[in-house]
Write a protein that binds this ligand. Structure first.
Ligand SMILES: [Zn+2]
Length: 610
């Protein structure tokens, strides 16, 4: 006897040592979450009573229904993570959805483990789940949000995982999505759900990251995805199978075909298991998803539970049946009228001016590196307010280095310097000199896309180049730009306009083309609902997206830099669409896309960069 006792103690120690941070027994917080809501939200108790009345009536009226249609519930999974471990993979999320789609359709491979005495009441609930493909703004999504948080764990008492302002993530519209939050909710709790009748802001299911899905951080004995199966059962108005009545036999789960049960069961009991409420075989239904047994030992819902869930989906949860969050149409990828600015006109003559020193010796380039040690060149641009800079295009005529790491930096400045000179730097991106092709457009995309003032600068700056390194931008010819828009920064870090008497005395512009996009998508005041040309720059293919409020004829033409028609498309009596143009055969450079519909024509500049 002593030896047995010792072994038992040792095995418990070993087991708890291995799984020190994860629960070894199921613990569901739904009852606590419900009690919290009842205390804080008087309406919730009344809602619950009304829903219970509705449910009983619905079940009575639909007792003989042979429901055939499958219901699909769109799901969004909000991943909250304080460290990389908690940032569970897309595959782990998908593994959970796969479990739900088996368990709620009784396609689970362990369905055969249901004892024959209970096979007759076991149910294909006819409910399926899909990760949302459309987010609340109408944009495409994979149904997973990821939010890094400073919270090392979340509390069931404050429900803070559901609120962005508290380090969590706000719910998506519960009428369109089942919200699943996954994060660290402490050591003992596997999950909790809000049954029908609660407020929209906290509606959904919370699950600990160690108990979600079947791979990754999922931890035995709760690594078969049954915590979500159980909690979503609560969300669909199922109660714990023992009725949450302590160990008495008075409470009920409001379902007729589940045996009366005294209390929850843990671990993995052997069948049959009897207790004080079901004293003879087959005893209690410990393998029901709404008990507290381990994932590997639960395998069924009953017909009565199915009917109760269908009542919820035809009553308090009915709105989600018309959700189009899975497979519905999404917004087109581009946003509004991105366009390219230019201080150079199509007829300008591009060149590179050489610099000379006071003794009339060659001294590098006016629009690039030179022996005066200038360290930046920029152009001043004006735009409308509310535009963000997403990138820029630079036409270099010289780019030489013997070092693969030497670089210039594309930059955007506001115009808050002295006398309207470049001031604060707003965005930048390095360009390796060896990546530049002389005479071809170099395209830069900024990581941050700041909103620019109506006057701003874009240019290049550099530091640490060797005397043999040379870089220069094309400019137009003196006098072709009026006024002069080119500026430079001297070695003493003061900015001068090129036409300043102390500078070169030239009135020119650099071949620099900022790409700007509206920060807010404008709504056309005509019958045009939206228009966009993308990608820009392109390596050959462009798409013209046009949406009209009413049918009209659409006419799109593409011109080269000297105004020759390259290609066109016509579409009559249409509300628009996406029109593809193949410019792969065209030389790199600036092109114009003219879009005409109804009485409106808009022209977009597109850069083909190879
Ligand atoms: Zn529960």
């Amino acid at each position: 006897m002593k030896r047995t006792l010792f072994t038992l103690t040792l095995s418990v120690l070993v087991a708890s040592g291995v799984n020190a941070q994860n629960a070894t027994q199921r613990s569901c917080g739904t009852k606590d979450a419900v009690n919290n809501l009842i205390q804080n939200n008087p309406q919730f108790a009344a809602n619950r009573a009304n829903i219970e009345n509705f449910t009983n009536n619905w079940i009575t009226e639909h007792a003989n229904d042979k429901s055939a249609a499958t219901i699909t519930i769109p799901v969004v999974v909000h991943v909250l993570y304080n460290n990389n471990t908690e940032n569970i993979s897309d595959a782990q999320v998908q593994s959970q959805i796969a479990v739900l789609n088996k368990d709620y359709r009784r396609l689970n491979t362990d369905a055969s483990n249901t004892p024959s005495a209970f096979q007759g009441v076991s149910a294909d609930c006819g409910i399926e789940f899909c990760l949302a493909t459309v987010d609340p703004s109408g944009n495409a999504t994979n149904g997973i949000t990821r939010t890094q948080t400073n919270n090392t764990s979340f509390s069931i008492n404050t429900d803070n995982i559901k609120f962005t302002s508290q380090g969590g993530k706000d719910a998506w519209d519960r009428n369109k999505y089942l919200n699943l939050w996954v994060g660290d909710i402490g050591q003992g709790l596997l999950g909790y759900a809000i049954p029908p009748g609660g407020p929209a802001s906290s509606d959904g299911v919370v699950i600990g990251y160690q108990y979600f899905g079947t791979i990754g951080t999922a931890s035995a004995p709760f690594n078969k995805g049954r915590t979500a199966t159980h909690e979503i059962g609560h969300w669909l108005n199922l109660e714990h199978i023992w009725g949450d009545d302590g160990s008495s036999c008075n409470g009920s789960d409001q379902v007729a075909d589940t045996p009366n049960q005294a209390d929850e069961n843990y671990g993995c009991p052997s069948f049959p298991l009897t207790d004080g409420c079901s004293t003879t075989s087959p005893g209690v239904m410990f393998m029901n998803y709404m008990d507290y047994t381990d994932d590997g030992c639960m395998n069924m819902f009953t017909n009565g539970q199915k009917t109760r869930m269908l009542a919820a989906l035809n009553g308090p949860r009915a709105a989600i049946l018309s959700s189009t969050a899975c497979g519905g149409s999404v917004n087109p990828p581009p946003t509004g009228d991105c366009d390219t600015l230019s201080n150079i006109s199509g007829s300008d003559n591009l060149l590179i001016y050489g610099a000379v020193d006071n003794n009339q010796n060659p001294a590098g380039y006016i629009s690039g590196t030179n022996t005066y040690n200038d360290n930046a060149k920029a152009d001043k641009f004006t735009t409308t307010s509310g535009m963000k800079v997403t990138g820029g295009l630079f036409l270099f005529g010289r780019a030489y280095t013997t070092n693969n790491t030497r670089k210039v930096t594309a930059a955007v400045w506001d115009a808050t310097g002295t006398a309207g000179a470049p001031g604060t730097e707003l965005a930048n991106k390095d360009i390796l000199i060896n990546s530049i092709t002389e005479g071809s457009i170099t395209a830069v995309t900024f990581t941050n896309t700041p909103t620019v003032p109506t006057a701003f600068y874009m240019g290049i700056r550099w530091t640490g180049l060797a005397a043999t390194d040379s870089v220069a931008l094309y400019t137009n010819t003196d006098g072709e730009s009026t006024p002069n828009t080119a500026w430079e920064r001297w070695s003493d870090n003061t900015w001068y306009a090129y036409d300043d008497a102390d500078s070169w005395g030239l009135s020119v512009s650099h071949a620099i083309f900022p790409v700007l996009c509206p920060t807010v998508q404008s709504v056309e005041e005509t019958q045009w609902e939206g228009v966009s040309v993308f990608p820009n720059p392109t390596d050959g293919n462009i798409n013209v997206y046009l949406k009209l409020k009413s049918n009209d004829d659409v006419f799109i033409r593409v011109f080269n830099p000297v105004g020759q028609l390259i290609t066109s498309q016509t579409s009559n009596n249409t509300t628009g669409g996406t029109y593809n143009f193949d410019l792969n055969g065209q030389a790199p450079g600036l092109y114009f896309v003219e879009v005409n519909a109804g009485n409106l024509t808009k022209t977009f500049k597109i850069v083909v960069a190879k």
